[in-house]
Design a protein around this ligand. Structure first.
Ligand SMILES: [Mn+2]
Length: 214
């Protein structure tokens, strides 16, 4: 059986003056005790950075690649996303590399800036109280730490109630059809991992909800 759902030492919370609520859940590959999937959440001037790394493959070497990337993100979280991805790419050359998604949410107006490389998925789930719509965020092929195409930035204004979901490829992409806006972001992340994680890969989900101003 797969391991239990747990966060990776990243406490879920509210941030950006209470405008955002977020949660993280992950589960290891059924044969591993360490995860190659990793989330980094960093407060920065005027915004919050949510990063997801999926070290290629699984096990200790994958976890090492993700840890190297996480260290770079921690140390340089104020960089623009292209610079940050390039720093991670250079630092991970001596590792097996990682897929990565970077989501920066800034205020005035609340906007998402997104950059992703490899087998990670980012989407905005909107209108979950009525007919939901999904906005898929762009991802370029490749991985950080191995030759990769220059990633493109995407920007997307957020609407009150929007959910941003960032998932690794250990989460079946059909999860988006089943998400409903019931419960907190951390509960939603745990529910996605519990119901949609593949047993033969590490799996991780970050959920960010834009609460809006009351
Ligand atoms: Mn994976």
């Amino acid at each position: 059986m797969s391991g239990s759902v747990k966060s990776q030492g990243v406490a879920p919370g509210r941030t950006l003056d209470g405008l955002l609520e977020w949660g993280v859940a992950h589960r290891c590959h059924r044969d591993e005790t360490v995860s190659g999937d990793r989330a980094v959440i960093a407060l920065r001037a005027g915004g919050v950075l949510f990063a997801v790394l999926d070290g290629l493959g699984h096990g200790p070497a994958a976890a090492h690649a993700a840890a190297v990337g996480a260290g770079v993100i921690d140390a340089h979280s104020d960089d623009d996303l292209v610079s940050l991805a390039e720093r991670c790419d250079r630092a991970m050359r001596m590792t097996r590399g990682a897929a990565a998604g970077f989501a920066l949410v800034t205020s005035s107006p609340v906007t998402l800036t997104w950059l992703a490389v490899g087998n990670v998925t980012g989407c905005i789930l909107r209108g979950l109280r009525g007919p939901p719509s999904m906005i898929a965020l762009p991802v370029v092929r490749g991985a950080l730490g191995v030759p990769w195409l220059r990633a493109r930035l995407a920007t997307q204004p957020l609407q009150r109630g929007d959910l941003l979901a960032i998932t690794t490829d250990g989460i079946q992409p059909t999860f988006a059809d089943h998400v409903r806006a019931v419960g907190g972001a951390h509960q939603l992340a745990e529910g996605i991992v519990a119901s949609h994680a593949r047993p033969n890969d590490d799996a991780l989900a970050v959920i960010v909800r834009y609460l809006g101003r009351s």
